[in-house]
Design a protein around this ligand. Structure first.
Ligand SMILES: *Cc1c(COP(=O)(O)O)cnc(C)c1O
Length: 387
């Protein structure tokens, strides 16, 4: 019996996306279409493809694959994760309100703040783990509610379906940034969200060699509105980036399985280490997010943070000893990245804001990669032994 596409698993759908669909040459792997414009079939006859900002086969292949994996009607591919988020803001008019998590991605926080200063909309940042604060914010009639879980860098989780239903009860749209987990570990549309966005720069592409973004809409009408704005404002991604990203996306599930298994082992190693005072990873039964992760995720993912015991010099020595781990921001690639949020990803925050957010000088974040876990632990142990 032939397989119906919808009956196939996520990993199989990712692996086979767009494979064997080439009509002219029967290429197994879809070719790259580097064209800015297309011939019209004849006078007054517009074909399905007319101009590269509006349509491109590589972008469409990536968009439909991501929409399929997220369980949405359609998707738009953008030049970056930030372009994806800004695209969604076009659904909000001046004077309408956006509610966002107080600990959202720094770039999202900056964009919301400065768009609000321009008078594009109003914004309110809320601690979404605080039920009373969230309920109070909902009474102010938001047009759009943003969700981001797990948070960066402390891996705090929020209850996606509870926030989505509270937002829907006041007729707000709900957008979830699913960059940290990917559809391989959480499906926000199935949990009640209307829109999912990705920085495809991270797990979706997975090889730290493309910057890109995506917006996936649950229903086609909303998706058409977003595609209209993407074309209108010129936010769409390049054909080459889309081609590369689909290539990376094929192995998303296999990568996530290995990286998450490594993260589980690493979290246990760190949790038992005398030079570590605290580990933040929803895969540890002692983590405050453990139960919620089991409810809404199909695994804890491969991002974790920990606090090193010692002063700033100890932190400096620790970073100086690492050789396998790359000292870099970003995440989700096959290689392990390690970063110091206070001086890297979150350096734009004031000392006071950092303290409120719980980001200490001893906090270290790891994007756990696919290197053999024993090699990873050897690298860390060498650094721990010097402090
Ligand atoms: C990186 C990131 C973004 C921004 O994406 P870019 O591709 O860098 O523009 C947005 N949200 C989260 C959670 C991210 O990690």
């Amino acid at each position: 019996m032939a397989n119906d596409k919808k009956s196939l698993s996520g990993p199989t759908r990712a692996i086979t996306a767009e494979i064997g669909t080439d009509l002219p040459f029967k290429a197994v792997s879809p070719p790259l279409y580097m064209t800015s414009t297309y011939n019209w079939p004849g006078f007054e006859q517009k074909g399905p493809y007319d101009y590269g900002r509006t349509v491109n086969p590589n972008r469409e292949g990536l968009a439909s694959t991501l929409a399929d994996l997220e369980g949405g009607a359609c998707g738009v591919i953008t030049a970056s994760g930030m372009a994806a988020i800004d695209l969604v803001f076009n659904l909000v008019n001046a004077d309408e309100l956006i509610i966002a998590p107080h600990d959202c991605y720094g770039g999202t926080h900056r964009l919301l703040t400065h768009r609000a200063l321009q008078g594009r909309f109003r914004v309110e940042f809320v601690d979404q783990t605080d039920g009373a604060a969230l309920t109070a914010a909902m009474t102010r009639g938001p047009k759009l509610v943003l969700i981001e879980t797990p948070s960066n860098p402390l891996m705090r989780l929020v209850d996606v379906s509870a926030i989505a239903s509270a937002a829907h009860s006041v007729d707000a749209l709900v957008m979830c940034d699913n960059t940290f987990l990917s559809p391989a570990r959480m499906q926000p549309l199935a949990l009640g969200c209307d829109i999912v966005i990705h920085s495809t720069t991270k797990y979706i592409n997975g090889h730290s060699d493309v910057v890109g973004g995506a917006v996936i809409a649950k229903d086609a009408e909303l998706g058409e509105k977003l595609a209209w704005w993407a074309n209108c404002a010129g936010l769409t991604g390049s054909p080459f980036d889309s081609y590369q990203t689909l290539r990376g996306l094929r192995t998303l599930y296999a990568r996530m399985d290995i990286q998450e298994a490594n993260a589980q082992k690493l979290a246990k190693f760190l949790d038992a280490h005398t030079k570590v005072t605290r580990v933040y990873y929803p895969g540890l039964p002692s983590d405050p997010g453990y139960t919620l992760a089991q409810k809404q995720q199909s695994g804890p993912g491969a991002m974790l943070s920990f606090e090193l015991s010692g002063d700033k010099e100890a932190v400096r020595t620790f970073f100086g000893q690492l050789s396998l781990y790359q000292l870099a921001a970003s995440l989700g690639g096959t290689e392990s990245l390690i970063c110091h949020p206070a001086t890297m990803t979150h350096r734009g925050m004031s000392d006071e804001a950092m303290e409120i957010a719980g980001i200490t000088q001893n906090l270290i974040r790891i994007s756990v990669g696919m290197e053999q876990i024993d090699d990873q632990i050897t690298d860390l142990e060498a650094a721990f032994s010097k402090i």
